[in-house]
Design a binder for this molecule. Sequence first.
Ligand code: AHR
Length: 634
Amino acid sequence: MKIQEKEGMAMRKKIIWMAFGITALMLMFFLAICQKKNGDADYQDEVEYVIGVSQANMREAWRLALVKEIEKEVKKHPEIRIITTDATELVDKQKQDVDKLLKFGIDLLIISPCDTRELTEKVKEVYEDGTPVIVMDRSVEGFEYSLFIGPDNDMIGRQAGESVVELLEGEPGKVLKLCGDAYSVQNQERIQGFDSVVQKYPQIEVSTNYFDTEQKDIAYDAILEMGEELKDIDVIFGNSDYVAKGAYDALEYLGLEKQIKIVGSDGFTEREDGVDMILDGKIAAMISCPTGGREAIQYAISILKQESGVPKQVILRSHTITKKNAISYLEDLEKETVDDGRMITVGYSQVGQESQWRLANTRSIQEAAQEFKIKLLFDDADQSQAKQIAAIRRFIKEKVDVIVVSPVVATGWDDVLREAKAAGIPVVMSDRKVETREKDLSTTYIGADFMEEGRRAMRWIRDHIPAGKKTHNILELKGNEGASPTVERGKGFLEVLRECPGYQIVYSEYGNFTYEEGKQIIEEYLQRESWDIDIIFAHNDDMALGAIDALEEYGISPGTDVKIISVDGTKAAFRAMVGGKLNCAVECNPLLGAPLMKAIRDMISGKEMPVRIITEEKVYDQSVAEELINSRAY
Ligand code: AHR
């Protein structure tokens, strides 16, 4: 071979090798890109989970604070990355943002919707397609999401009202409410809560000034424009930090900052905002409106790891911050929490065994205790408050870590709960609530939204048994007197009924949630009166089943001659619906064990307890009963 030919061959070989090398490099590069889920982030193959955060807007301070808190928490979890989008308060943009995040291949979506109604379908679509969704701040309609986390705006309003009352020290006074958007549900709830407290004091006069956006400048101008009117004002309630800040600056300009006190809400922790204004003595009190960013990431991890015990709704606690507790409030926000995995001893006072629901509830609690490494001291009080109080005292003596009570009635617990508090034992209310004169005697409530159950029952009646020319007569079978499900289901039912002409409750009796008493009430009614009832609303399935048997014995067809609606949604109720004897069952979920035990472990590891932890509940009627009966867990 000639030298030139040899050189040419070597050159060709070189070129082929180079081309091969370049192709291999490109391929490796391409494969690397492909491995990174959907291509354009250079971190995805290092992380386990990508979470999309769809924020309604990034101009409101509270929403920015939410994103910041999410980012701060994410830094503690190297296995997570987030991608954040800003919907600029536009519904269509937020829907597109969600689609983009899904295309990117996110593992979970956190969404703070700009319009809850308009985004309900989108959230449902994502959730039903298998991507977990955490809804923040404002809840969409229904339960088609993994978890909702938000504040209790009514409670924020009530706390603000209490602060105002305290600042006036029992003297007559004039209060000015400075509020953003009068049509926002959040504002309405805060105002409602505020008014419900302040209205109890006739010596306090309240006026309100609404403006469109909660901006510092707008609040500033509003105060300046008030001129002479300001002279009589003693306290201003600004329903956000920025409103409070604008009001303070205007008062300072007018030289009135010492004369007029300010109560704000939000509790931002940025320099010169929120809590800083408390520390500087500019604002007298501030009610925190937690963003829930930290909790969102913590729960997101639990959801992604498919841990049990994630509830449906977490309603966060708001704090009243004053100069006295501002520093400890800030310190608490920074506290790290750890679950050391130790065995926790819990004393559980169960109300009794009155219903199928209760038996399922007890089973769920006992099973979950084992799963969550909790030693359970279980006491069944057989419907007696005295027995429950005795059990709580025993638990205190035994120095359990946590006491859980499912209280037979709502009142009469102050003394024993104070004893538990003095012993340093936190008390959790499970399934039913208590009403105490003193605040903070229990840490959290975990269970259902009974008011909503009552509303749902009446809404189902309104939509499925239309009011005709003749008014429909309703017979109500109530639970036991003074129990929170009895009181609240009754209230919720009445709330909707009042808006519905053509329905009236003609008879109402306590059946104590038992089959026997449900049956007996109907039998006695039938013996006494001629049957004039069109609808029975039973506060639980057992009483409805008792009523069904009583009616049949008298030759009246339940479900046809009389429509029957009950609460609980047990398998027995489903059987009655399949048989056409019960028309509708509003679900009350007894499976509280796992979320309760998770909450207890969280509490012991130092996490702040939400005010309420709510379970998922639906409404079922005959149209779905057959299809779902076999999937019912209780
Ligand atoms: O507190 C929940 C109620 O108590 C259930 O609806 C009822 O069945 C039970 O006994």
